[in-house]
Design a protein. Sequence first.
Length: 162
Amino acid sequence: MLAYYVKQEIRWLMKKKGFLIKSCSTFGIQPFQVINNVMDYTNDPELNGKYLGTITKDFATVSDTLSEASSQIRKRDISKYPIFVFARQEVPLGGLLINADELNLEWHVFASYLELFVQQGIVGQDGIEAFQSTYRDPNEYCCLFVLDEEFTNFVYIPYPED
């Protein structure tokens, strides 16, 4: 029942803010079918400079925090697949880890993980294996789920070397 409520809340928010609607309507599918049927789990070659620049700038600022959060999610056996949601508005996907307004960033960051994405219906049961097979080493790469009006996809960014 909770998963249904969360899914309805996300749909309402996406319609209100325009999330995913453009991407999904192109394919004639519902927003929650994207990851199962169309979305690639590897880096999107269509990621343009507009997104890459703002994502990398914010990522550079928060990468240490994300690396530590990823480590804790795995160390505490919460999940082997941490996911960090980058969104310009607050969304009910995971817990708010970094408030963009407080750090003068463009993207809010939410901590989540694969099992929660499955529970919320964002990754379907038939998409789990594909996600796991393309998931990169979490010690070296950060798995981002970038959620914006014109671009919604998984992006893997390497953590900066010390």
